[in-house]
Structures are given as structure tokens and as C-alpha cells.
Design a protein around this ligand. Structure first.
Ligand SMILES: Cc1ncc(COP(=O)(O)O)c(C=O)c1O
Length: 402
């Protein structure tokens, strides 16, 4: 397999990286052209000409062809593309974002270790931190993400991992990446950052000193609401350790999922540029609307960490969160009246999606139980899509008028 064209990849710009690094191995035979569209290597196992070649593949670290749980050319294509975009040495594709996050936790931590994370995270991550890690004897301290001093104060001799997410799902609060990375590096603590909302186009945590980056690739990286996958990016040594964990843990991606993901990544810079500009337009519209009490978007000057966001992000992403002045009823009515935007969880696809968490996700809880869980009654989370911004605004305008 020839990979010659990728030799200069570290000098490429972002668009070239996205387009050319996700294309998979170039396979030329005598008189045969190589496919431009990456083939799907839909095979669970691979045959070799000599017994010794099987033995070599069986004992290799991260063989590309041996047995698909160990590796597959479609996994390699995705891994190389995302490592290059994030500026990491290596990457690992997994079955989902949660598979990636749990692999980091279970692959790097052991009984007696301590983890520091934020008081706000994606709900699945929160459950893993609060309910699962303690079952394995791993202690977790949650700190307010906007308070750098709180991270420092929580560090103990047995702290092994600091886990971050910025901008965070769902409040879009921002964590100081370089600040936390510096605290951790001095003490030999590994840092891992969930970069799902920003994508490597808007934010590259490794450039700020973070060790590992995870993604729900289900979102912007795939970009078309048709893939479930996860990614871990970092230095070769940690990624190899996690690969040994993955082949035991078993939460691998699959050739077709990885093929879809590699295809999505080719257009990532172009899609994210449009998500950024559409989200800013929608955020500004919402901020100027009388029925809206508050808008959370890191690109707005009114966002409490706007200056920090400007320092560590190249763009502010496609997620906009807002609270309606009329409380629960107003927010539920808004969600019911939307015509263009779809009522669905998830994010990062071509289409605008919106959720009113209190009536759509946590409807079976009482208002008191929701308050205890920190779920705001009037909060709408929008994944701003790639449609014409004026059409999204027209839809929101008529939904707010109700
Ligand atoms: C920020 C973030 N991280 C991780 C996940 C989990 O990803 P997946 O659903 O691919 O397991 C999600 C899912 O919504 C998310 O929003």
C-alpha cells in the first residue's frame, strides 16, 4: 500500500488535510488504477501468503490488516485524518463517543486513582464519572470549570487524570485549556478534553498543552446524522496503551461506519465555517428578541468567558443555547411550534435540531426533581444547521411569536 502522498501532510493547510488524509490506502496493481473513493474493507479477517506473515500481524501493535477488532484500513483512514487535524501523533476510532470516553477512563485508571472533572459535562460522561468510576475504586472530584483555582485545589498525590469539556454540553461554559494543562503537566497528570462541540477546526486542545482529545464523532466529524462513532487523539504511547485496552474492551468502530466518518471529515472545514456563521447570526437574532431572556453563545460579547473563548478558539461553533422569558410553558410552546428545525437530540448534522430538555428529555421528572438535577425549565438547545440562516431565523421568529 502506497502512502507516498501523505508524506508532506504536516505542511498542509486545514482543507488539504481534511480532504487528502481521509482517503485511505492507495492500492495499485499491475495496470490497475487506485480508487479515488475509498473502498469499504468490509472484512472481519485478512488472509496472508505465508504463515510467518500471520504470526507477524498477530504480534504487531495496531496491525492494519489481521483481524478487524485489531485494525482495518477504513479505521486507519479516519485515524490518520483526525490525528492530523487535531495535531496529535496518533488516533483511535471507537464504536461511539461514550466508548471513547470509557476507554480513556478504564484504560488509563486503576483502583485507588483520583480524577478531577467539571461539575457540568455531557450527561453520559457525568453518569460515568458519578456512578461508574466509584464502582472501580476510582475517586472523582467535580469542580466549577470556570475557576482555575478550583482545579489546582482539587489536585491530590493520587490524581491521575483531569477530564475537561469546553464549550460544555449544554451550558456552553468555557474552560481555560492552557491554564489546566500547565497545572497538570507540572505534576505529571494526564489531561483529556472532549472537543465534540468545537471540532479541530475551531479548537485544537493539543496546541494548548492537553494530552488527549476525545470526540463524539457522531456529531460534527460525521456531520450528516448517520454515523455513531468516537475518536481519541494523542501521543503514540498513550494511544497504543488505549489500543491494547480497546481490543479487550471490544468497542470498535466498523468498516462502513468509519468509511462514512472519513467521508464526513473531508468536508469538515467547510461545514464548520458555515455552522459558525449561521450560529452567530441566530445567536444575535435571539439576543435581540424580546421573548428571549438570555442567550449562551461563546461568540457573543455577553458570554461570561467570551475573551477566553476568543483566545483559545478560531470559531465559536454551531451550538446556541437560550432561555425563554415565559418559563417552561413558553419553551415547550416554542419547541412545539418549530416547523423547519427538527425536534431531536444529538447535534452537528446538516439540519437544525432543537431540544427543550425539560419537556422532551426529562419530562417524567417533577419540576423539583429537575431543579435538583440542574435542568433549567426554560432552556432550549439548538444545533444550528447548514440551511440558509434567514430560513432558520424565520422559523424561530414564528415559533417565538406563539
Ligand atoms: C459532548 C459530548 N460528548 C460525548 C457524547 C457521547 O457521544 P456518543 O453518543 O457518540 O456516544 C455526546 C453525545 O451527545 C456529547 O454531546
Amino acid at each position: 500500500m502506497s502512502k507516498g502522498k501523505k508524506q508532506d501532510s504536516n505542511r498542509w493547510g486545514t482543507a488539504t488535510r481534511a480532504i487528502h488524509s481521509a482517503s485511505g490506502p492507495e492500492v495499485y496493481g499491475p495496470g490497475m488504477g487506485a480508487p479515488i473513493g475509498t473502498p469499504i474493507w468490509q472484512s472481519s479477517t485478512f488472509a496472508f501468503r505465508e504463515p510467518g506473515e500471520v504470526a507477524d500481524a498477530a504480534t504487531a501493535t495496531r496491525p492494519e490488516t489481521f483481524y478487524t477488532r485489531y485494525g482495518n484500513p477504513n479505521f486507519t483512514a479516519v485515524q490518520e485524518a483526525i490525528a492530523l487535524l487535531e495535531g496529535g501523533e496518533a488516533a483511535l476510532v471507537t464504536a461511539s463517543g461514550m466508548a471513547a470516553i470509557m476507554l480513556v477512563f478504564l484504560g488509563l485508571l486503576k483502583n485507588g486513582d483520583h480524577v478531577i472533572a467539571q461539575t457540568c459535562h455531557y450527561v453520559g460522561t457525568m453518569k460515568a464519572l458519578e456512578a461508574w468510576l466509584p464502582r472501580y475504586g476510582i475517586d472523582v472530584t467535580l469542580v466549577e470549570q470556570t475557576d482555575l483555582g478550583a482545579f489546582e485545589a482539587a489536585i491530590r498525590p493520587e490524581t491521575r487524570l483531569i477530564f475537561l469539556e469546553t464549550p460544555v454540553n449544554p451550558t456552553l461554559a468555557v474552560t481555560d485549556l492552557a491554564g489546566v494543562a500547565a497545572l497538570a503537566r507540572q505534576r505529571g497528570i494526564t489531561t483529556c478534553m472532549d472537543n465534540t462541540f468545537a471540532t479541530p477546526i475551531n479548537q485544537r486542545p493539543i496546541e494548548h498543552g492537553i494530552d488527549l482529545v476525545v470526540h463524539s464523532a457522531t456529531k460534527y466529524l460525521g456531520g450528516h446524522s448517520d454515523v455513531t462513532a468516537g475518536i481519541i487523539v494523542g501521543d503514540r504511547e498513550r494511544i497504543e496503551t488505549l489500543w491494547f485496552g480497546l481490543i479487550i474492551h471490544g468497542g470498535i468502530s466498523h468498516p462502513f461506519e468509519s468509511w462514512l466518518l472519513a467521508r464526513g471529515i473531508q468536508t469538515l472545514p467547510f461545514r464548520v465555517a458555515r455552522h459558525n456563521s449561521n450560529a452567530m447570526t441566530v445567536a444575535q437574532f435571539l439576543e435581540s428578541h424580546g421573548a428571549v431572556e438570555r442567550v449562551y453563545y461563546p461568540g457573543l460579547a455577553t458570554h461570561p468567558q467570551h475573551e477566553l473563548a476568543k483566545k483559545q478558539m478560531d470559531g465559536f461553533g454551531g451550538m446556541v443555547v437560550f432561555e425563554l422569558a415565559g418559563g417552561f410553558e413558553a419553551a415547550r410552546n416554542f419547541a412545539a411550534r418549530m416547523q423547519l428545525a427538527r425536534r431531536a437530540v444529538s447535534l452537528g448534522g446538516t439540519e437544525t435540531l432543537a431540544v427543550h430538555a425539560a419537556s422532551m428529555i426529562h419530562a417524567r421528572l417533577t419540576p423539583e426533581q429537575r431543579a435538583e438535577a440542574g435542568i433549567s425549565e426554560n432552556l432550549i438547545r439548538v444545533s444550528v444547521g447548514l440551511e440558509d440562516a434567514e430560513d432558520i431565523i424565520a422559523d424561530f421568529d414564528q415559533a417565538l411569536a406563539g
